[in-house]
Design a protein around this ligand. Structure first.
Ligand code: NAD
Length: 267
C-alpha cells in the first residue's frame, strides 16, 4: 500500500501524522509523495481540500480518507483516537483485492478559465465563485451556448454536490446528494428591480450540460476555487461543467451523506 499523509499543521494533527507513519511502518505500508494509492488528510475539511488540490493531477488513481482533529467534518469521518483501528482496517481491506474497502465516488466541477493572457483548466471539490472586487459583477450567463440571463450582483457560486453543504448552503442553495451528477449555480446577492432581473433561484445542471460566464466589462475580479483565491484583471469567460473524473473516498465503515448533514447542522 502506497500512502501519503497531509496534516493541518497544528500540534495535534502533526502528532497524529507521526503516529500514523509508525503504525503504517509496522504494516509495511510504503510512504509515497508522488504516486500514492491512498491519501490521508488529518485536520478538517480545509485539509481535505488542500489534499485534493495537492493531488489534482492524479485524482483517478487515488482514494482519500479523512481524520478530523476538530469538529466532525464533511470529508473526514475518523476521529483522532481511532487511528489504530483505521490502519488495521486499511491493512485488511486492500483497495485492489476482492475484500476491498468500499470506494465512494463523488462528482467534481471542471472549469476552464479563458483570460486574454491564456487559458487554464481546474477542478474543484466544493465550488468555484466569481466575484467583483471593487464593483458589482456584471456578467452574461449562458447555459448550453444560449444566453440565459445578465447577472448583476456580488457574484456567482457554482458548486458540486458534496460542496452543496458548504458556501452554496449559505446562499440558499439546495443540498444535493453526491450520487447525483450535477453542478449547482447559486447567486451571491443579485440585484433585482424593474431594470435588472435574474432568475433569483439556484439552478441544477445535469452532466453534459455546461455553463459559460462572460463578464461584460473590464474589471478586477476574484475567482475562488475551493480555498484558493485567484485575482484576475483580464477575464474573457469561465466555462464549467461536471468533471469527467470523480474523487474516490475509501470507506472502511459507512458514513451516509444525510447522517453527516444531520450531525453537522441539526445537533
Ligand atoms: P474556512 O476555514 O473558512 O472553512 C469554512 C467552513 O466550511 C468550515 O467550517 C468547513 O468545515 C466548512 N466546509 C468546508 N467544506 C464543506 C463541505 N463540503 N460541506 C460543509 N461544510 C464544509 O475555509 P477553508 O477551510 O479554506 O474552506 C474553504 C471553503 O469554505 C470553501 O470551499 C467554501 O465552501 C467555504 N466558504 C463558505 C462561505 C460561506 O458559507 N459564507 C464563505 C467562504 C468560503
Amino acid at each position: 500500500m502506497r500512502y501519503y499523509v497531509l496534516d493541518r499543521g497544528d500540534q495535534l494533527s502533526v502528532d497524529l501524522a507521526e503516529q500514523f507513519h509508525k503504525l503504517a511502518a509496522q504494516r509495511n505500508f510504503e510512504m509515497d509523495a508522488e504516486t500514492p494509492e491512498i491519501v490521508i488528510s488529518i485536520g478538517g475539511d480545509g485539509t481535505m481540500l488542500h489534499a485534493f488540490h495537492t493531488f489534482a493531477d492524479h485524482i483517478p488513481n487515488i482514494a482519500f480518507v479523512g481524520v478530523h482533529t476538530g469538529h466532525l467534518g464533511f470529508y473526514s469521518d475518523w476521529k483522532s483516537d481511532e487511528l489504530a483501528e483505521l490502519v488495521d482496517l486499511m491493512s485488511t481491506n486492500l483497495l485492489s483485492a476482492d475484500n476491498s474497502a468500499r470506494i465512494v465516488k463523488y462528482p467534481l466541477l471542471e472549469l476552464t478559465i479563458h483570460k486574454k493572457s491564456g487559458t487554464s483548466s481546474h477542478i474543484a471539490l466544493n465550488e468555484f465563485t466569481l466575484k467583483g472586487v471593487y464593483s458589482t459583477l456584471v456578467a452574461q450567463i449562458d447555459i448550453n451556448d444560449t444566453t440565459f440571463e445578465m447577472f448583476r450582483g456580488d457574484g456567482i457560486c457554482v458548486s458540486t454536490p458534496s460542496g452543496s453543504t458548504a458556501y452554496n448552503k449559505s446562499l440558499g442553495g439546495a443540498m444535493v446528494h453526491p450520487s447525483i451528477e450535477a453542478i449547482q449555480i447559486a447567486e451571491i446577492a443579485s440585484i433585482n428591480n424593474r431594470i435588472y432581473r435574474t432568475m433569483g433561484a439556484p439552478l441544477l445542471l445535469p452532466k453534459h450540460h455546461h455553463c459559460d460566464i462572460y463578464p461584460s466589462k473590464d474589471q478586477r475580479l476574484l475567482i475562488t476555487i475551493d480555498h484558493i483565491a485567484i485575482p484576475v484583471d483580464d477575464l474573457i469567460s469561465i466555462s464549467c461543467k461536471v468533471a469527467e473524473h470523480k474523487i474516490s473516498f475509501a470507506r472502511y465503515r459507512p458514513y451516509p451523506f444525510w447522517n453527516r448533514v444531520r450531525s453537522a447542522f441539526l445537533r
